[in-house]
Write a new protein. Structure first.
Length: 329
DNA sequence: AAGTCACTCAACCGCAGGACG
DNA sequence: GCGTCCTGCGGTTGAGTGACT
């Protein structure tokens, strides 16, 4: 059973669009505007599926689209958004005027995901791999499973996460994207390098570094991604949760020692702050991963958390001495 | 010069949800 | 409430292209 096809697939053209076809779409839309896409191919004289026409328009022909490469600010925004809501590309794209979900998705898959992986960060959870390994061992309690995890990570990084994105975070993000389409939205992301990002708005992510965007393979200090999310309406009462990549990286044995030193230096200006409230975490517990738990105090003290990670890393290293050398992206 | 490989990105596919009769 | 149609979305594919051997 299943849904009937939207059009007669055998009689419609597929594949790349020609300039003539583009011109027909543009001419039609210029006169009539966008409407019922299932009728547009016929009216515009195109032998294409309506869905294909809509996609061509939304992803390529729309006059408000940018066709240049992504700026560092845009890239950081994508990384930050992905860390919060995962692969909700359309929502992320709404934060980037002139970019489509397809653009963002492609850029993530071809550039940003690889960049994070090279830096030893799981592109799904945005956590250091060593931490995931520790957590995975806690779940399974046996090294053999961890070995499988490592193998899977190396072969198919996009599907190996043992953790899920925070649905609560997504709900909050979605609520702020329902009535915005650009930087002047209720949810803002700030970046000192771009004045458009400066936020005076209810919800913002502030970035104080472009470490991720410098994308080097030599130093993990570049992984000190940072952001803060605040909701002033409740911020005064809400517990503030601060997350620093550097805290994880300090305990990341994959890092060279001097890189860790650099991380210490960068942590002062690089942190991710979650102001939790009932919308963000209605459970009142550490459901938003241990990322948020480090400094929350409600789940672990900061020192015990770091100590725990260090202990786990040491334990992991003792069992898999060659493990970290195997990460050769 | 030719073949191979890796990468990018436009386009496709199928599903879900909303609107409407 | 139900069925149909349309749109939006995320995952995937494959043609095109450049780098490399």
């Amino acid at each position: 059973m299943g849904r009937p096809p939207c059009c007669d697939k055998s009689n419609v053209k597929k594949g790349l669009w020609t300039a003539e076809e583009d011109a027909k779409i543009l001419a039609y839309v210029a006169i009539h505007g966008v409407g019922n896409w299932s009728l547009i191919p016929k009216k515009a004289g195109l032998n294409r599926c309506g869905k294909s026409c809509r996609l061509r328009w939304t992803n390529y022909l729309r006059p408000d689209l940018k066709h240049d490469s992504f700026s560092p600010q845009e890239e950081e925004l994508i990384i930050q958004c992905h860390g919060i809501i995962g692969s909700r590309w359309s929502s992320i794209a709404r934060k980037l005027p002139g970019r489509t979900d397809n653009d963002v998705k492609n850029h993530w898959n071809t550039k940003l995901k690889k960049r994070l992986m090279k830096m030893g960060i799981d592109p799904v959870t945005h956590k250091p791999v060593s931490q995931l390994l520790s957590e995975f061992r806690n779940i399974n309690g046996h090294g053999t499973s961890s070995e499988n995890f490592v193998r899977d990570f190396k072969t198919e990084p996009s599907n190996n996460s043992i953790l899920t994105q925070s649905n609560s975070a997504w709900e909050m993000f979605r609520n702020t994207t329902s009535h915005e389409s650009n930087y002047n939205s209720p949810m803002m992301f700030t970046n000192p390098t771009s004045s458009e990002f400066q936020a005076t708005t209810p919800f913002h992510i502030s970035s104080h570094s472009n470490h991720l965007l410098n994308g080097t393979t030599s130093s993990c200090s570049s992984s000190s991604s940072s952001a803060s999310i605040t909701q002033p309406n409740q911020g005064a009462q809400a517990p503030v949760t601060t997350f620093c990549w550097s805290d994880f990286l300090l305990s990341d044995p994959a890092l060279p020692l001097d890189s860790q030193t650099q991380v210490v230096g960068s942590s002062a200006t690089s942190n991710l702050t979650f102001v939790q409230n009932e919308n963000f975490n209605s459970q009142g517990e550490c459901s938003s991963q241990k990322i948020a738990s480090k400094a929350s105090g409600s789940c672990h003290s900061a020192s015990s958390f770091v100590d725990e990670i260090l202990d786990k890393d040491q334990e992991m290293l003792s069992q898999f001495p060659q493990l970290l050398n195997d990460f050769d992206y």
